[in-house]
Design a binder for this molecule. Structure first.
Ligand code: HEM
Length: 514
C-alpha cells in the first residue's frame, strides 16, 4: 500500500514521470535489440547492438578502421556496429553490396555532406537513390574518362612545375618540409586548374589559401560524427560545432569555396564566346560544353557545373593528398623498394622511355611505379569507413548471416584490403612486388580493391588522381631524394571518413644525376 502511494507521488511529479518513461523505453529497447531484433544474432560489442553511440565514440577516436579490424578478428566476418548496421569483412561481400545489377541505395549517412543551393539535383556523391544517381551521372560520365582527363595534362604539368620549384627551394635551404601539407596544396591547385581555370595560389604563395585546408580539417570530424549519429542527434552535433574555436571561420571558408565556384563559372562563360585559340580543354570547359549542347534537354544548368566544381574540391583534394602521402611514406619506410623504383625510373630516363614533364602514357608503362602506387592505395585507402548501403527488398546473405531488407550494410576498404586469402599471408606489409608476381593473381587482387569504391558509385574523379599521381611521383623521385626528418618517426592517421595522415616531415635533397 505504501509503495503504491510512493509510486503515485512519483508519477505526479512531471520530471520523475519522464525519467521513468525514458528508463522504461530504454529497458524495453535493450531487451528487444539484444533478443528479438532481426540483427540480434549478429555478433559485436554490446553497446553497438543497442545504440549508435558506440559508432560515434569510435569516430571520436579517429581510429575506427583499427578497431573494426580487431573486432572482425574477435567476432568473425559479420559484425554489428550499430543496432541497424552490419559491416562485412569478406571480400566476396563487395560484389553483393556494390553490385551493378539492381544496385543498392546509399543510406542517410550521406545526407550531411549534401551540397546545397547549386542545383535542384543532388550531387553524385550524396544522391542516395541509385536510379536518380545513374540518370545524372550519365550526363557527365564521359568528361571523366581517362582520355578526356588527359586533355588536361598540360594544366597538371603547370602545377607540377611550381611544386618542383618549391621542392628545389627546400632542398637548397635544407629546411624540414611537411610533405603531406604540400601534397594537399598541390592537389587543391590541380583542381583549381581543371575546374576553376587557374590554380588557387596555394603553391605560388606557399600558404593555405583562404584557410581551406584548416577549415576542412576542422569540419570533417563534425560532418563525419553527424553522419553516423541517429537523425534526432544531428542538429545538436552540427550546432555543437559552432562553439568550437575557429568553427565560424571554417564555415565561412567553406562558403567562400562555394562563392568561388559560382564566380568562376559565371566569369568564364558570361563574357561571350571564347576565341578558339584561347579555349581551354579542362574539365570546366567540357562541362560547359554539355550545358551548351544539351543543357535544356537533360536539365544541366550553370548551377550543375558549379556543383561539379564544388564537389571536386571536397572529394578530390584530401583524397589525392592522402594517396600521395601513402606512396612517399611507404617508400621512405621501405628503402629496398625505394631503391628498386629509382632504378626503374633512372633506366627509363636513360633509355629515352621517360621524358619531362612526365606524361601519363610513359609513367603508366613503368611496372614497379604502378605497383608502388597501387600498393600504397591498398595499405592506406583514402576512405576508411564502410561505404554504407541499404539492404535490398529481398534481403542479403552475408557469410551465412541473413540481413533483412532496409538495414545498413557495407564493406570497409581498410579491412578488406588486408584479407590474407586475397592479398597473401603478408597482406599487412607494404610489398609492391605482390602486384608483379603473377598476372592472374594481380587481376584477382584488383577485384577486391575498394580504394575508389565499387559498382555504380565508383569514384568519378579517379582518373584525375591517377593521372596526377603517376605523373608527379616519378618526376620528383628522379630529381630529389626524400628522407624522414626523424628516421624513426611514424605518421599519425585521423579517420573521419577520409583517413588523413599527419607527421610527414621530411628532408629533401637534390639528387646528383650523372
Ligand atoms: C586518390 C583519390 C581519390 C580517392 C581515394 C577517392 C575515393 C572515392 C571513393 C571510395 C568513392 C566512393 C564513395 C562511396 O561509395 O560512398 C568516391 C566517390 C566519388 N569521388 Fe572520389 N576519390 C578520389 C579522387 C576524387 C577526385 C579527384 C574527384 C573529383 C572529381 C572525386 C570525386 C568523387 C565523386 C563525385 C564521387 C561520387 C561518385 C558517384 O557516386 O557517382 N574523387 N571517391
Amino acid at each position: 500500500m505504501a509503495s503504491h502511494a510512493g509510486l503515485l507521488i512519483l508519477l505526479s511529479h512531471p520530471f520523475a514521470s519522464i525519467a521513468i518513461l525514458v528508463v522504461a523505453y530504454w529497458v524495453g529497447w535493450i531487451i528487444y535489440a539484444r533478443n528479438f531484433h532481426p540483427l540480434s544474432k549478429v555478433p559485436g560489442p554490446w553497446l553497438a547492438s543497442v545504440s549508435r553511440v558506440w559508432y560515434m565514440v569510435q569516430i571520436a577516436t579517429g581510429e575506427t578502421e583499427k578497431t573494426t579490424r580487431r573486432l572482425h578478428e574477435k567476432y568473425g566476418p559479420v559484425l554489428r556496429t550499430s543496432p541497424n548496421e552490419v559491416t562485412c569483412a569478406s571480400p566476396d561481400a563487395i560484389k553483393l553490396i556494390y553490385r551493378t545489377q539492381q544496385p543498392l541505395n546509399k543510406t542517410e549517412f550521406y545526407t550531411p555532406w549534401n551540397t546545397q543551393n547549386f542545383s535542384k539535383h543532388r550531387d553524385a556523391f550524396t544522391e542516395m537513390n541509385d536510379k536518380r544517381h545513374g540518370e545524372r551521372r550519365r550526363i557527365v560520365n564521359h568528361v571523366y574518362s581517362l582520355a578526356n582527363i588527359l586533355k588536361s595534362e598540360k594544366y597538371i604539368d603547370l602545377c607540377s612545375e611550381i611544386f618542383l620549384k618549391r621542392l628545389d627551394a627546400f632542398a637548397t635551404s635544407q629546411q624540414a618540409v611537411d610533405l603531406g601539407e604540400w601534397f594537399q596544396m598541390y592537389a587543391f591547385d590541380v583542381i583549381g586548374e581543371l575546374y576553376f581555370g587557374r590554380m588557387f595560389g596555394f603553391m605560388e604563395k606557399s600558404h593555405d589559401h583562404g584557410n581551406w585546408i584548416q577549415s576542412l580539417d576542422l569540419l570533417m570530424p563534425f560532418l563525419c560524427m553527424t553522419s553516423v549519429a541517429p537523425s534526432y542527434m544531428r542538429p545538436l552535433i552540427l550546432s555543437s560545432a559552432l562553439v568550437v574555436p575557429g568553427s565560424i571561420k571554417a564555415l565561412k571558408a567553406v562558403e567562400t569555396i562555394g562563392t568561388a565556384a559560382r564566380e568562376v563559372v559565371s566569369k568564364r562563360f558570361n563574357i561571350g564566346a571564347t576565341p578558339e585559340h584561347e579555349r581551354r580543354t579542362d574539365v570546366l570547359q567540357q562541362l560547359y560544353d554539355i550545358h551548351e549542347e544539351k543543357g535544356a534537354k537533360v536539365d544541366f544548368k550553370m548551377g550543375d557545373i558549379e556543383q561539379e566544381a564544388y564537389v571536386a574540391l571536397f572529394a578530390g583534394s584530401d583524397t589525392t593528398a592522402i594517396a600521395f602521402r601513402s606512396v612517399f611514406y611507404n617508400l621512405m619506410k621501405n628503402p629496398d623498394v625505394y631503391a628498386a623504383l629509382l632504378e626503374e625510373i633512372d633506366m627509363a630516363v636513360d633509355d629515352g622511355r621517360l621524358h619531362f614533364p612526365v606524361s601519363y602514357a610513359e609513367a603508366s608503362r613503368l611496372p614497379l611505379l604502378c605497383a608502388c602506387i597501387k600498393e600504397a592505395l591498398r595499405v592506406h585507402p583514402g576512405v576508411q569507413l564502410i561505404l554504407p548501403r541499404i539492404s535490398p527488398p529481398e534481403g542479403l546473405e552475408l557469410c551465412g548471416t541473413f540481413v533483412p531488407p532496409g538495414y545498413t550494410v557495407g564493406v570497409n576498404g581498410a579491412v578488406v584490403h588486408f584479407d590474407k586469402s586475397v592479398f597473401g599471408p603478408d597482406a599487412d606489409q607494404y610489398r609492391p612486388s605482390r602486384w608483379l608476381e603473377d598476372k592472374e593473381k594481380a587481376t584477382n587482387m584488383d577485384r577486391y580493391m575498394l580504394h575508389f569504391g565499387a559498382g555504380t558509385r565508383t569514384c568519378i574523379g579517379k582518373n584525375i588522381s591517377i593521372a596526377e599521381i603517376h605523373k608527379l611521383v616519378p618526376e620528383v623521385l628522379r630529381k630529389f631524394k626524400f628522407e624522414m626528418w626523424d628516421q624513426d618517426a611514424q605518421w599519425k592517421t585521423h579517420n573521419f571518413w577520409f583517413c588523413k595522415q599527419t607527421g610527414l616531415k621530411v628532408k629533401v635533397t637534390q639528387r646528383k644525376i650523372c
